[in-house]
Design a protein around this ligand. Structure first.
Ligand code: NAD
Length: 352
């Protein structure tokens, strides 16, 4: 057993079908009385339902969360919270909505209750992102960690099946990189392997029956574990590539993760054999990289960057950006090998 340091993050998790009904109790437990409910415009109905459920405990709704948390939106939401006298915020939605809640908390210290409806995992981390003048800044701050997370599988039943699969693979990416993180530890590895197993088993059941509540529950359980891994340890090459491609070429978040992950794992395989073995074991396949590629392809989601809006003439620039300020990674970042990795991901070639 190697020496390690594990810093647990203090958040309260309420899990189960129908657990949205516990929201009022959870607001009381925080000592709060008036919640501003956040969502994207697409999920405004869900925000309204939450506000109705809360009655007098709802200060209002702010259904204007968008991807990458523009600083202007964050400021508007903070002002709205102040104007309405809100003493907590409830974020119902995916990573974009949780991200808006975090931006409010960063400045105001307002406690956040997150109700995740995708598998992105932001609710379990103290990582925030804010976009100012087209540049996305990220950081870690304990103030943004949601105090309470309500995981209710009934709320993810409406998640379109394509996003269900890509969001699940986005979660798996956190766990996969957590298994070879330089600051990893045994409990994080347990969570990571179990998270991969739970999601990989749930996704085929969900493509067959998207409303299967048991499978929704298993996927959300996996997302909780994978999000906890993301919150606990450093991410490597895969996340660096996805941030570069997502930020510089405006590619869709969960789909980029889906396409890149098999190639990032193939790149690292010889330098992190134990992690790769555990990923393959969790997937029930011989090869971690090929297993993930096959899973995505079988479930009908994109496996090539060229199919999700990446311009072919952007690959050189992407390789240049990826090797600048690299994240810690088991294999050193070699420009030529990264360029080759990107080509394979662009073409949708099956990794070994
Ligand atoms: P998202 O939050 O952008 O959601 C995508 C779309 O799906 C939105 O229109 C949303 O309203 C809709 N949607 C979500 N759940 C739904 C449901 N159950 N039914 C119907 N529609 C639903 O997507 P995401 O992938 O969850 O989050 C991506 C963002 O989160 C990125 O900006 C990423 O950087 C960030 N993120 C941050 C962290 C962190 O730790 N800070 C972690 C993961 C992701």
């Amino acid at each position: 057993m190697k020496p390690f340091v594990h810093q647990a993050l203090a958040s309260r998790v309420v899990f189960g079908a129908g657990s949205l009904q516990q929201l009022e109790r959870e607001i009381d437990a925080l000592g709060a009385t008036r919640a501003l409910v956040l969502s994207t415009p697409e999920q405004a109905d869900a925000a309204r339902r939450v506000a109705e459920l809360l009655g007098a405990r709802a200060a209002g709704i702010f259904p204007r969360a968008v991807m990458h948390v523009p600083i202007e939106t964050a400021r508007e939401a903070r002002d709205e919270a102040r104007r309405l006298g809100a003493d907590c915020a409830v974020a119902i939605g995916g990573g974009s909505t949780t991200g808006l809640g975090k931006a409010i908390a960063l400045d105001s210290g307002l406690p956040i209750i997150a109700i995740p409806t995708t598998y992105a995992g932001s609710e379990m981390t103290s990582i925030y992102g804010l976009t100012e003048a087209g540049v996305k800044k990220t950081g870690r701050d304990l103030r943004v960690l949601p105090r309470t997370v309500i995981y209710d599988p009934e709320l993810s039943v409406s998640l379109p099946i394509g996003l269900t699969v890509t969001s699940g693979l986005n979660a798996i990416a956190h766990a996969a990189e957590g298994l070879y993180a330089f600051d990893g530890n045994p409990i994080v590895s347990l969570m990571a392997e179990e998270g991969i197993r739970a999601i990989a088993a749930a996704l085929p059941r969900l493509t067959a029956a998207p409303t299967d509540l048991d499978a929704r529950g298993d996927a959300l359980y996996g997302a909780w574990l994978c999000g906890s891994v993301l919150g606990a340890v450093a991410m490597g090459l895969h996340h660096k590539l996805c941030h570069t491609l997502g930020g510089s070429f405006n590619l869709p978040h969960a789909e980029v993760h889906t396409v890149v992950l098999p190639h990032a794992l193939a790149y690292n395989a010889a330098h992190a054999p134990e992690a790769i073995r555990r990923i393959a074991r969790a997937l029930g396949t011989e090869s971690a990289a090929a297993g993930l590629f096959d899973l995505a392809q079988r479930l009908g989601v994109p496996v090539a960057l060229k199919d999700i809006g990446m311009p072919g003439d952007g690959l050189d620039r992407a390789a240049d950006l990826a090797v600048q300020t690299p994240y810690p990674n088991p294999r050193p970042l070699e420009r030529a090998a990264i360029r080759e990795l990107l080509q394979h991901a662009f073409d949708g070639a099956r990794p070994p």
